[in-house]
Write a protein of this length. Structure first.
Length: 283
C-alpha cells in the first residue's frame, strides 16, 4: 500500500516537472509539448525501475516503522475491561478516562502519568502498581487492593475508595482533597506533603501512617485509627477527630490544632501534643 503511494507520488512529481519544462520550451519553437512529455516520462519510468531494489529497501524500513511512528496502541478509553488480566502491563501516559478496570488484575501494572478521570477500579487487584502522577479525579477505587502501590503526586481529587486497601502505599504529595476513603486501610502509608483538604476518612485505619508536612485541613477522621501516626508540621486546622484513637500519635508540631478538635478523641502517654492541649486516655 505504502509502496504504491510512494511510486505514484514520484511519478506525479516527474510529470509536473516535465510538463512545466516542456511548455517553456514550446514557446521557443522547439519540440511539441506532447513529444517532450512522452520522452521524459519514458526516461523517468526507466530510472524508477532501475532504482527499484534500493527504493524497496527504504520503503520496507518505512513499513516496519509505521506502528512506532503512528504511536498505534490499543485504546482502553471508556472500554469495559471488567475482570481482565493486565498484570505488569504498561499504560504509561495513556488516556483512560472512564475506562472500566473493575475487578481487573493490575498487579505491578504501570499507569504513571495516565489520565484516568472517572475510571472504574472497583475491587481491582493492583498491589505494587504504579499510579505516580496519574490523574484519577472522580475515579472509583472502592474495595480495591492497592497495597504497596505508588501514588506519588497522583491526583485523586473527589475520588471514591471506600473499604479499599492502601496499606504501605506511597501517597506522598498526592491530591486526595474532597475524596472519600471511609473504612479504608492506610496502615503505614506515606501521605507526607499530601493535599488532603476536606477528605472523608470515617473509620479508616491510618495506623503508623506519615502525614509529615501534609495539608490536612477539614479532614473528617471520625472513628479513625490513628495510632502511631506522625503529623509533624501538618496543618490540621478544622479537622475532626471525634472518636479517633490517637495513641502514640505525634502531634506536638502539628499546626492549628485546637483542644476542641480532640475533645472526643483518645490517646495514651505516648501521644505528643502541642503545649496546653490534652487528650483523654483510651479505655
Amino acid at each position: 500500500m505504502w509502496k504504491s503511494v510512494f511510486f505514484i507520488m514520484l511519478f506525479g512529481m516527474a510529470m509536473a516537472a516535465t510538463l512545466s519544462a516542456a511548455m517553456v520550451e514550446s514557446h521557443s519553437g522547439k519540440n511539441s509539448v506532447i513529444d517532450k512529455v512522452a520522452g521524459s516520462v519514458a526516461r523517468g519510468v526507466g530510472q524508477i525501475e532501475n532504482s527499484g531494489p534500493a527504493l524497496d529497501k527504504v520503503l520496507g524500513k518505512i513499513d516496519l516503522d509505521l506502528p512506532t511512528l503512528s504511536g498505534e496502541k490499543k485504546q482502553y478509553n471508556g472500554e469495559d475491561n471488567t475482570g481482565a488480566d493486565h498484570t505488569g502491563e504498561d499504560f504509561t501516559g495513556r488516556t483512560l478516562n472512564a475506562a472500566n478496570f473493575n475487578g481487573a488484575s493490575l498487579a505491578g501494572a504501570v499507569f504513571a502519568g495516565s489520565i484516568m478521570e472517572e475510571a472504574g477500579l472497583v475491587a481491582a487487584y493492583a498491589p505494587t502498581a504504579n499510579f505516580s502522577k496519574a490523574r484519577l479525579k472522580n475515579a472509583n477505587l472502592s474495595a480495591g487492593i492497592f497495597t504497596g502501590a505508588n501514588f506519588n503526586r497522583a491526583n485523586l481529587r473527589e475520588a471514591t475508595a471506600r473499604a479499599a486497601d492502601f496499606a504501605g502505599t506511597d501517597l506522598s504529595a498526592a491530591n486526595l482533597s474532597f475524596a472519600s476513603f471511609s473504612q479504608s486501610n492506610f496502615a503505614i502509608a506515606n501521605l507526607s506533603d499530601a493535599y488532603l483538604v476536606s477528605m472523608r476518612a470515617f473509620g479508616a485505619d491510618f495506623s503508623g501512617a506519615q502525614f509529615v508536612g501534609a495539608d490536612v485541613q477539614g479532614v473528617r477522621f471520625e472513628q479513625a485509627k490513628l495510632m502511631n501516626t506522625d503529623f509533624s508540621d501538618a496543618d490540621v486546622d478544622q479537622s475532626i477527630f471525634t472518636g479517633a484513637d490517637l495513641s502514640g500519635a505525634s502531634l506536638a508540631s502539628a499546626k492549628n490544632l485546637k483542644q476542641t478538635q480532640i475533645a472526643d478523641a483518645c490517646g495514651n502517654k505516648a501521644t505528643t501534643l502541642p503545649p496546653g492541649i490534652t487528650i483523654s486516655p483510651c479505655e
